[in-house]
Unconditional design. Structure first.
Length: 204
């Protein structure tokens, strides 16, 4: 066989081998490209997931900060509630003490009012007794002046003098006055003078 006859076949075989090699090379590249695309897709997916995780972490961080702040606020409110409870207990004790003092003061006031009323009644009674005694003494003076007038002027027992008749026979020549503002009646010589106030009377 001549070289000219073999050479074309060698070229054909070489070309076929090259084509096969190229085919296999392209297939490998396609597989690697597909694999690279798949990995890129996975990476993108991971990035997306990472972003979501970061967002969740940020949200959770904000929630933790908010919860921490709420917890601090809760602790502050608890302290305030405790302080208010302590103040309330103190105020309750003070109010009870004030009420007790007020009750004591009211009792003392009632006692003083009762004592004052008793003193008033006692004073009024003593004043009434003193006024009655003064008035009775005035009636004695009137009766004595009337009897002296009747004796010196030869008056009968049924004669009735007026105030001008007996004034000169009274002490300091002045008419006597009832301290309780009673009105005197001289009456007849044989009848004791009287006062308009009940109880102001001479006993025969």
């Amino acid at each position: 066989m001549s070289m000219k006859t073999i050479l074309p076949w060698i070229l054909v075989v070489a070309l076929g081998a090259g084509v096969a090699a190229l085919y296999f090379s392209n297939s490998t590249k396609d597989a690697e490209l597909a694999k690279a695309r798949e990995q890129a897709q996975q990476v993108e997916t991971l990035r997306t997931q990472l972003d979501e995780v970061q967002k969740q972490v940020a949200s959770q961080t904000e929630q933790v900060a908010s919860l921490k702040k709420d917890n601090e606020e809760l602790l502050r409110l608890r302290n305030q509630v405790r302080q208010i409870a302590d103040e309330k207990a103190q105020l309750t004790k003070q109010m009870q003490a004030a009420q007790s003092a007020q009750n004591g003061a009211q009792q003392q006031l009632q006692n003083l009012q009762s004592a004052n009323q008793q003193l008033r009644r006692s004073f009024q009674q003593e004043q009434q007794v003193a006024q009655r005694n003064v008035c009775i003494n005035n009636l004695r003076l009137l009766d004595s002046a009337k009897q002296t007038w009747a004796l010196q002027n030869n008056k009968q027992a049924n004669a009735v003098p007026n105030l001008q008749d007996i004034t000169g026979y009274l002490p300091n020549h002045q008419m006597v006055i009832c301290p309780a503002e009673g009105q005197y009646s001289l009456n007849a010589v044989n009848t004791a003078p009287t006062c308009s106030i009940p109880g102001h009377a001479l006993t025969q």
